[in-house]
Design a protein around this ligand. Structure first.
Ligand code: AMP
Length: 423
């Protein structure tokens, strides 16, 4: 199937073609016609599956059609996202895909000066992409009116709920017309997400993409058992010996992120950290340096990394395992995007085996625990089968996730890669 058959306008097809996309991803095939039809949509899709274009393209088309019919300027579409990074990325997609349309959009999030955002909102925009807290600040100051919104998008709804945005979303939705189109995208359909959908969506079309762990299936996964105090050394060793030019590393705490970035720098590896205590400017600069590859390792906490889209990122390291297995799925979804090859490496301290087991249950895959020669743990094991011993890169193994076929891979990738298009 090609993009031409989805009902998109020539302007949008031109922009899509310029991006080099030839075939719509599975979520795009289902979501684009459904959104163009005007009904509500509830879709389970990870980042990395092409979900941003799945709602942005038809949203742009509907906003443009509406704007052509009535010349009155007003906010016609509102996208709510959990983090600034995701808001900035969605806004980037809006401007990329909408480059041949006369549509103005604004990105509104905290950590950036109010003044500039206020000026943009007051000049008038067609689309607002916002994090809930900062949008409420602008609503309270009368900088923006949302009474003319035709389309509401709740992006990464599960994450917004996890981050405690439910009351803020409720407040914002109260300012919107009852008669509107609402689209909800979420990695998982938890009870809380379904509850949100019941409140805000009207007879939505359900789109479920091959279970909620699609991103996890597209990425090769490996785990190393290692003493916690030697994790930094193991990371430097892998970066050097496997010649990783760009690696995104997750730590559990902000202090841990700063400390690790310093340790890597001392080991001669250019590294920076991003987390919630850094200003938006600092986060943006670190991210850009990483994208330009002048920084080799970006060390991030979960919140800071939510929604990051780094084209061609090949390696993600879980330096600390997350307590919430859903965070693992989000983390590894930063790689293996748009059908690219991606690898996820987890460092498992003696006291983190339980988290690994929970993660394996969530991703429905066996992630074999291995020991790298020279990094044998000295801490006493608690439970579980003995890890296998490896001196080189781990072998391939069939993917346990969804029974997909394995593919060959280049040297240095973890085992269990299932080669597939994003779904
Ligand atoms: P998303 O899930 O929206 O974060 O998108 C993941 C990545 O896939 C982004 O880098 C997009 O640019 C890319 N992408 C989106 N749609 C397609 C497509 N149809 N073909 C190839 N790449 C795509």
């Amino acid at each position: 199937m090609s993009f031409d058959s989805l009902g998109l306008s020539q302007e949008l097809l031109r922009a899509v073609k310029q991006q080099g996309y030839t075939t719509p991803t599975a979520i795009q095939m289902q979501s684009i016609p459904a959104v163009l039809n005007g009904g509500d949509v509830m879709a389970s899709a990870q980042t990395g599956t092409g979900k941003t274009a799945a709602f942005t393209l038809p949203m742009l088309q509907r906003v443009n059609d509406g704007a052509e019919r009535q010349r009155t300027p007003r906010v016609r579409a509102l996208v709510l996202t959990p983090t600034r990074e995701l808001a900035a990325q969605v806004q980037q997609s809006v401007s990329t895909y909408g480059r041949y349309l006369p549509i103005r959009a604004a990105e509104i999030y905290g950590g950036a000066p109010m003044g500039k955002q206020t000026a943009i909102l007051r000049r008038g925009v067609d689309i607002v992409v916002a994090t809930p807290g900062r949008l409420i600040d602008h609503l309270e100051r009368g900088n923006v009116q949302l009474g003319g919104v035709d389309i509401l998008v709740l992006d990464e709804a599960d994450r917004m709920l996890d981050m405690g945005f439910k009351p803020a979303i409720e407040r914002i939705v109260k300012t919107l017309p009852a008669h509107r189109q609402t689209l909800l995208f979420s990695a998982t359909f938890s009870g809380a997400v379904r509850g949100l959908a019941q409140r805000f969506l009207n007879a939505p079309q359900l789109i479920e993409m091959g279970g909620s762990n699609a991103a996890a299936e597209a990425v090769e996964q490996a785990a190393y058992l290692v003493d916690s105090h030697r994790k930094s050394e193991l990371l430097s060793h892998l970066i050097g010996s496997r010649n990783w030019h760009q690696v995104l590393v997750f730590t559990r705490t902000k202090r841990g992120a700063d400390r690790l970035a310093e340790q890597l720098e001392r080991a001669g590896i250019r590294a920076q950290s991003i987390h919630g205590d850094k200003s938006q400017g600092q986060r943006g600069r670190a991210l850009n340096a990483f994208k330009r590859r002048s920084v080799r390792a970006l060390v991030a906490t979960d919140v800071a990394a939510r929604g990051l889209d780094i084209t061609g990122l090949a390696n993600v390291v879980n330096y600390d395992l997350p307590n919430n297995p859903d965070d693992y799925v989000h983390r590894i979804g930063r790689t293996g995007r748009g059908g690219d090859h991606g690898s996820a490496w987890s460092f498992v301290g003696g006291d983190e085996r339980r988290q690994l087991q929970a993660i394996q249950r969530t991703v429905k895959a066996d992630i074999p625990l291995q020991v790298l020669e020279g990094f044998e743990p000295t801490q006493r094991r608690r439970s579980g089968p003995p890890p296998s011993r490896r001196s080189g890169p781990p072998p391939r193994r069939p993917s346990a996730a969804a029974g997909r076929s394995t593919s060959s891979r280049g040297p240095g990738g973890p085992s269990g890669h299932s080669s597939r298009r994003p779904s």
